[in-house]
Design a protein. Structure first.
Length: 72
């Protein structure tokens, strides 16, 4: 299952790349694409436990860019 999420206050492409690297290392994530230009993120993962994974994803994003918000 792939879901796309809007990102608010993603400030730079370098941060988007760091987010992709961090999120891709989370167990259960099959693929991730963070777009600075589109201000969104696409995540592919199994449907089971997707909400649990999103909590980990949001924590990883906050570590890299504390002001960035994921619209769930």
């Amino acid at each position: 299952m792939t879901k796309t999420f809007k990102l608010i206050d993603l400030d730079c492409a370098v941060c988007a790349g760091k987010m992709e690297d961090a999120i891709s290392k989370i167990d259960g994530i099959k693929s991730v694409k963070v777009s600075f230009i589109a201000q969104n993120m696409a995540i592919e993962a199994d449907e089971n436990g997707f909400d649990r994974l999103m909590k980990k994803v949001c924590r990883a994003i906050r570590k890299i860019e504390p002001d960035c918000e994921v619209v769930l």
